[in-house]
Design a protein around this ligand. Structure first.
Ligand code: GDP
Ligand code: MN
Length: 361
């Protein structure tokens, strides 16, 4: 789950990284109470989870005179489609230099990948593409509690030694928070020392419970419901709902939809041994997606019994047309249950997908 800038900054600050003094506000009027505590010049930063926020107009310079007016303007905006509900009003830093520092889990080595460059600022992806040698990197086994000094020296180059402390603290925060990414871009040098001017932290979704986070904000309500039922569920852009059992069969269904030039609305794997109840919940869940026009149910009966599946589909009682492909255990019984109720049964997976794609045309 992604933390917002102000949340990531509190975590970084707790771990000893200097951050600018700031206040979180939920309305422009709330700023009035903080004007005395902020320096005469400050920045207003929209707390929205989008990349390139500054360039998209999500950061405004402000002072005591225009602060409230600018905050009003920023609250009225949406940045790349995300409405501004919270603003971080923060001391304006006098930037002398911008560095970049990040720590991520490298899935291939299963180690922490630490990146540092003297050329921080906004576009790290472009720098990585055009001049990868400008980014120094080090790989650290996650069992290590600290970054060894030789590694810090290699990473920092000419940067001030203070940056080593920041990297060390960033690594501590990264480990404590079960993060998959901790990033400071930019880490700025000012006359008063180094500060994390921006902060990004992504906690591993598998560690949310341990981190005391009960609700994953990055998920939609439906994705959360799917998780409760134990479905593997991903929402996509199209209008054909997909329910399958087994990730392979479900993926193959998506491939076939794409082959016939249709667009899947989701991926839902009900898992093995789905009973009537589970199938019903799956069908209702997918039918609840507003864009879904038709649904393909593609299930292979092994431990799963086709008659149970058929009962589940019938019990769901949804309005969209359902194209059902069943094969395997109790197939005949399942088929006749559905046919009796007027469901369109198809012989093969290919037929089901072709019919569904035609139906939405
Ligand atoms: P992002 O666009 O979401 O990455 O937002 P950042 O917080 O990284 O800000 C983008 C850019 O705005 C920074 O690289 C700085 O150049 C500038 N900026 C942000 N905060 C300040 C500040 O306090 N003072 C000054 N002078 N510039 C700032
Ligand atoms: Mn940034």
């Amino acid at each position: 789950m992604k933390f917002l800038e102000h949340e990531a900054k509190s975590v970084f600050s707790e771990n000893g990284i200097p951050v600018p003094k700031g206040f979180l506000i939920h309305s422009a009027d709330e700023l009035a109470g903080y004007l005395e505590q902020l320096p005469p010049e400050f920045v207003l930063k929209a707390q929205v989870d989008v990349g390139g926020r500054g360039k998209a107009g999500g950061i405004l310079m402000a002072d005591r005179k225009n602060g409230i007016e600018n905050a009003k303007a920023l609250f009225g905006k949406s940045i790349k489609g995300v409405a501004v509900k919270e603003i971080l009003a923060e001391e304006r830093l006098e930037i002398q230099h911008e560095y970049y520092a990040s720590i991520a889990v490298d899935r291939s080595t299963k180690e922490a990948l630490i990146l540092f460059t003297e050329e921080g600022g906004v576009d790290i992806e472009i720098l990585a593409r055009e001049r990868p040698s400008a980014i120094r990197r080090a790989s650290l086994p996650l069992l290590m509690t600290d970054i060894p000094p030789f590694m810090l020296r290699d990473l920092l180059g000419e940067a001030p030694r203070e940056a080593g402390k920041v990297l060390q603290s960033l690594y501590t925060a990264f480990c404590r928070k079960d993060a998959i990414l901790a990033e400071i871009n930019p880490l700025v040098a000012t006359p008063a020392g180094l500060f994390a001017a921006d902060a990004k932290l992504i906690v591993d979704d598998n560690a949310l419970r341990r981190q005391g986070i009960s609700c994953n904000r990055d998920m939609t309500d439906r994705e959360r419901e799917a998780e409760r039922h134990g479905f593997s569920y991903v929402e996509l852009e199209g209008n054909i709902g997909v329910i399958g059992n087994g990730a392979g069969l479900t993926m193959a269904t998506l491939d076939l939809i794409s082959f016939f030039k249709g667009k899947a609305a989701n991926f839902l794997d009900v898992g093995g041994g789905a009973d009537q109840e589970r199938v019903m919940h799956a069908v209702r869940l997918v039918a609840g997606v507003p864009s879904v026009k038709v649904i393909i149910v593609n299930l292979l009966g092994g431990i799963t019994r086709c008659d149970e599946v058929a009962r589940g589909i019938i019990a769901a009682g949804i309005s969209q047309e359902v194209f059902v492909r069943l094969a395997g255990t109790n197939e005949e019984e399942g088929r006749s249950l559905l046919s009796e109720r007027g469901y369109r049964m198809v012989g093969s997976m290919e037929e089901a997908v072709r019919a569904a794609v035609e139906a939405v045309r």
